[in-house]
Ligand binder design. Structure first.
Ligand code: CUA
Length: 339
């Protein structure tokens, strides 16, 4: 029995530790804000925590004082305490204090709500606009003013407010980059808007935050914040991107791509938009948002995508293409880079 009693607090402590450790992944935590919007939310959260801690502390002190001072002592059996009915001063005080605390919480909350609201950039405004479209289970990023698309990796310039429009082509998903901003739903047939701003260059992990099917948990993406000049160079590449495979294997791969893949996937200005744009596929650190980017994994993916990301919409090519053809495709895809 003693062992069980000791085990319970130990396991609660252990679970708390694991929970807190899970919150700590660099660049995937709302508790380590790296953006302007996430810092506003974080500060609001801390303000309410400080107020709650203050209330808890005052109540706990008064509570402890009262139960100690007015506890039943030996010989108190027949004594009836002083009977009090109402105390106007006390009632005014304990009504006024909560009102004051709620005002301290409400004023910054309302101000933050207005600050976090996204305003559509007007004509002549050079705010970068990005249209996010969610699909089961990947993300399309369109830069309407720059006239190109990308997928899975969202490139933004650092230190600028980016206007983001969100929608979905199938079910409801939710766009969430915890270190940069709060989450927002992407709804089919509806456009939501928000803004994000990264304060420092870096790679910020993004998640789908709305249960959307069997591979919901695998619907990861990344936001890559670059210094302005690097971002401009990237934009220049995207605008002029053309596939020009160097090696023989990659050239063979391009032919296969043109026959089997291009109706769904675009490279540069050529190709369909049913699957993710692959213009800078070779720059991605992850395959399909969550897999290690190795030749074997890319080949496995082409052979049987369902085995890796269940219920996604890409067909399996294990019966259409032989190993040599798949290896050539892999060589071609890996050469698709921004420089
Ligand atoms: Cu998309 Cu969950």
């Amino acid at each position: 029995m003693k062992k069980v009693k000791r085990f319970i607090p130990a396991s609660i402590f252990g679970m708390l530790l694991m929970l807190l450790a899970g919150c700590g992944e660099e660049n995937l935590s709302a508790l380590r804000p790296k953006g302007t919007a996430s810092k506003i939310s974080f500060d609001m959260m801390m303000l309410s925590i400080y107020i709650m801690l203050g209330v808890f502390f005052v109540v706990a002190v008064i509570f402890t004082y009262v139960i100690l001072k007015y506890r039943k002592r030996r010989g108190d059996e027949d004594i009836i305490p002083e009977q009090v009915e109402g105390n106007t001063t006390l009632e005014v005080i304990w009504t006024a204090i909560p009102i004051l605390l709620l005002l301290i919480l409400a004023i910054p909350t309302v101000l933050a709500t207005f600050t976090l609201a996204a305003e559509e950039p007007q004509e002549g405004d050079d705010t970068l606009k990005i249209q996010v479209t969610a699909y089961q289970y990947w993300w399309d990023f369109n830069y309407p003013d720059l006239e190109f698309n990308t997928a899975q990796d969202l490139y933004i310039p650092v230190g600028e407010k980016i206007y983001v429009e969100l929608t979905s082509k199938d079910v409801i998903h939710s766009f969430w980059v915890p270190a940069l901003a709060g989450k927002m739903d992407t709804n089919p047939g509806l456009t939501n808007a928000m803004w994000i701003e990264a304060k420092e260059p870096g790679v910020y992990k993004g998640k789908c935050a709305e249960l959307c099917g069997p591979s919901h948990a695998l619907m990861d993406f990344r936001v890559i914040a670059l210094e302005k000049d690097e971002f401009d160079a990237w934009v220049n590449h995207m605008k002029t991107a053309e596939s020009a495979p160097q090696t023989e294997a990659a050239q063979a791969g391009e032919e296969i791509f043109t026959e089997s893949c291009i109706s769904c996937h675009a490279v540069g200005s050529e190709g369909g938009n049913i699957g993710p744009d692959l213009t800078v596929f070779g720059d991605r650190e992850t395959l399909a948002g969550f897999l290690e980017m190795t030749d074997e994994k890319i080949a496995d993916w082409i052979k049987d995508p369902q085995a890796l990301k269940p219920a996604n919409h890409m067909p399996a090519f294990k019966d259409q293409l032989n190993d040599d053809e798949i290896n050539a495709l892999v060589a071609y895809l890996k050469e698709l880079k921004a420089n």
